[in-house]
Design a protein around this ligand. Sequence first.
Ligand SMILES: Nc1ncnc2c1ncn2[C@@H]1O[C@H](COP(=O)(O)OP(=O)(O)OP(=O)(O)O)[C@@H](O)[C@H]1O
Length: 357
Amino acid sequence: MDNKRSGELSIHDVVQLIAPGTPIREGLDNVLRANTGGLIVIGYNEKVKAIVDGGFEINCSFSPSFLYELAKMDGAIILNETGNKILIANAQLAPDTDIASTETGMRHRTAERVAKQTKALVIAISQRRNVITLYQGNFRYALKDIAVILTKANQAIQTLEKYKSVLEQSITNLSILEFEDSVTYNDFLLVLHRFEMVLKIKNELLGFLYELGTEGRLIRLQMNEILTELEEEMMLIMKDYAFNRDVKPNEVLQRMQTMTSSGTIDDIVLLRLLGYLGYVHLDEYRNPCGYRILNKIPRLPAVIIENLINNFGNLTNILNATVEDLDDVEGIGEIRANKIKEGFKLIRERLYTDRHL
Ligand SMILES: Nc1ncnc2c1ncn2[C@@H]1O[C@H](COP(=O)(O)OP(=O)(O)OP(=O)(O)O)[C@@H](O)[C@H]1O
């Protein structure tokens, strides 16, 4: 059964619900600082109802200061499923004691058992150990200090920058090979594998950002600044080397990102994503369509790029075309044809300089 139908929150929902900047997190942090300890259940389903004993019905909107005040009392506080209402305070919870628990204190044992028995999200705030622990089903997670996550996220940003520069170097090499008409399948697969490393770090960063909530704003900005243009360039590479035009680069990117979270991607899988279903000899030459290089020519509209590729079939033919040949393409006059030729020359010069940097 999926999480939504069972009323169970997904791990991402949970982390977002209690991320810094949210009212619940503010309330939890207040209770932690006040050293009263707390036991909070989010979700009042039938299974929770069956194990609640006593307590006061509160039924008011959630506010961080109410949570803090109510936590001064013994027992558990019960919120509704979305966490925006406080339903009951001072409740005794009586979960099945046959359910195994690895915790020692009563608050934490109760939290673990209630979570396993009811599937609701249960939060224990320890009075003695200054830690907030989340339980849901068999999932247990001790919230990390924001400073620790921020340090890890900053390290990930530095790693992302390093991987980006390695990737850019291989994109430069690919461009040179494209101008020299000597790209093999291996060459563009190497670029995709380097991109895979970038996506791995991106995934790691996204995990940190979920936990950081509003505290992760700057990290998110940095990540987007590093990745936006790079991802666009990578999608153009995918478009250039896809088996046919049915392949959607943004979908390939999404699928690569999902796959990188569970391991590395084989050449064959990458080729499948790009639409190659039959056997491919990796040392064979493969001519790109030319979308990426043509996009580097200033003020060349997308429709003209399409016309060029439709007319000439691939980048090598476009590079070898004379001004007169280019002039014959719909939408291209003599001036634009000269600009395209000039554009290619400038790109090529810049590439050779970059290669020697
Ligand atoms: N079954 C329960 N239902 C509701 N509240 C409970 C239950 N068990 C424990 N508590 C609450 O937890 C409080 C502390 O219990 P205990 O010291 O045994 O827990 P603990 O897990 O060691 O937590 P801490 O680290 O905060 O001391 C109790 O005073 C009570 O308010």
